[in-house]
Design a protein around this ligand. Structure first.
Ligand code: GLA
Length: 407
């Protein structure tokens, strides 16, 4: 009898221990996801509000498998704004039945059947940016609905949030997702207004750092949207906040949307790789040129973006109209990207010793150039000499020279 009591007590104690462990940190730590920057596709940049429907999304999933993007690492198919039209009396979100006649659960199932993951969009305020119902006051109900549908990724916007506190609002949805019990990548889209990099590490897996990207090199639209080079300039200095599971998000890609030349699109993609930015394609991947496909699926560039060290690159030098960005990689390797910001070509004669004079701060301990590194051209995967030699390269206007240094 005594033995049975002891066994019973031991079982009880271990049961309590397991239970306590399971719920340790409940609603405090999001599940471990996005250990490298998320990769996928989002409907907004190309299809905006009116262009989406279930056929388009299914065709996108098909294309992602057939055109090599899935093999290159793209995983999430995310529907942005405009899939929702109202709420039932009990608060349940109503899907636009004209555009999604089979409902979102069936669509998520289709995406899953392709070996991909499925994402959706909502807003922390009373309405989305396109005036559809927001999740304010319905966070737990919506999160349960998403979990039931099989959603793997939620992009959560910031329109119509007058007087709301960003950290508090996003934390509510994080907790709601957590309690819904299905792991979902939580993408905070608050445009950088409350500096989410300072508070969002334990709230979301990625957070937008700026206003919306535009399909141009450096344009600026009246409501504040910016060309990618202007978005790029706002990322330098944020590198210390990014890392596995929590990324700065300079917004979705505009590669292949028509407003950038092939050279500019490749430069945009190169810099997003350098930034360890989420790689969410924003074009019509069903119909893209070979050049666009080659940019979006380049294995060497993607490997730099997805490097397991998870370091965001930063600008270490600026001379003439050239930026030099560096991203430390695992195995003591480095990615270096020279960007010609000017329209005119530039004759680059780069002496690696120049890095010695760069202010060595906490963020920049320098490349150990006393050791010799071999240089590989990232886009072409070709050897380009080593760091003991001056690097000579003619850069076209708006072009990059994207290289990897390794032993
Ligand atoms: C905001 C976001 C965009 C997009 C639209 C949809 O502008 O920043 O990325 O989601 O809303 O309405």
């Amino acid at each position: 009898m005594k033995k049975q009591i002891v066994i019973f007590t031991l079982l009880l104690i271990s049961g309590i221990f397991v239970y306590a462990q399971k719920f340790e940190g409940l609603a405090e730590t999001p599940p471990k996801l996005a250990e490298t920057p998320p990769m996928g596709w989002n409907s907004w940049n190309y299809f905006e509000c009116d262009g989406i429907n279930e056929n388009v999304i299914m065709e996108i999933a098909d294309a992602m498998v057939e055109n090599g993007m899935k093999d290159a690492g793209y995983e999430y198919v995310v529907i942005d704004d405009c899939w929702q039209v109202g709420r039932e009396n009990d608060g349940t979100i109503i899907v636009d039945k004209e555009k999604f006649p089979n409902g979102i659960k069936a669509l998520a199932g289709y995406v899953h059947s392709k070996g991909l993951k499925f994402g959706i969009y909502s807003d922390a305020g009373t309405a989305t940016c396109q005036g559809r119902p927001g999740s304010r006051g319905y966070e737990f109900q919506d999160a349960r609905t998403y979990a039931e549908w099989g959603v793997d990724y939620l992009k959560y916007d910031w329109c119509n949030t007058t007087n709301q506190n960003a950290q508090a609002s996003y934390t509510i949805m994080r907790d709601a997702l957590y309690q819904a019990g299905r792991p979902m990548v939580f993408s905070i889209c608050e445009w950088g207004e409350s500096k989410p990099w300072t508070w969002a590490q334990d709230v979301g897996h990625l957070w937008r750092t700026t206003t919306d990207i535009q399909d141009c090199w450096d344009c600026e639209v009246n409501w504040g949207g910016l060309g990618w080079i202007k978005i790029l300039d706002k990322q330098d200095g944020l590198e210390e906040y990014a890392g596995p599971g929590h990324w700065n998000d300079p917004d979705m890609l505009e590669v292949g949307n028509g407003g950038l030349t092939t050279i500019e699109g490749r430069a945009h993609f190169s810099l997003w790789c350098m930034l360890a930015a989420p790689l969410m394609a924003g074009n019509d991947i069903r119909n893209m040129t070979d050049e666009t496909k080659a940019i979006l699926t380049n294995p060497q560039a993607i490997a730099i973006n997805q490097d397991e060290l998870g370091k965001q690159g930063f600008r270490v030098l600026k001379f003439d109209n050239i930026d030099v960005w560096v991203k430390p990689l695992s195995n003591n390797e480095f990615a270096v990207c020279f960007l010609n910001r000017c329209d005119e070509p530039y004759e680059l004669n780069f002496d690696w010793g120049k890095f010695y004079v760069v202010d060595k701060t906490e963020r920049w301990k320098g490349i150990p150039l006393n050791e010799n590194f071999n240089i590989t051209h990232v886009w072409d995967n070709k050897a380009m000499g080593n760091t003991k030699e001056v690097l000579n390269h003619k850069l076209k206007g708006h072009d990059v020279l994207f290289v990897k240094l390794s032993k």
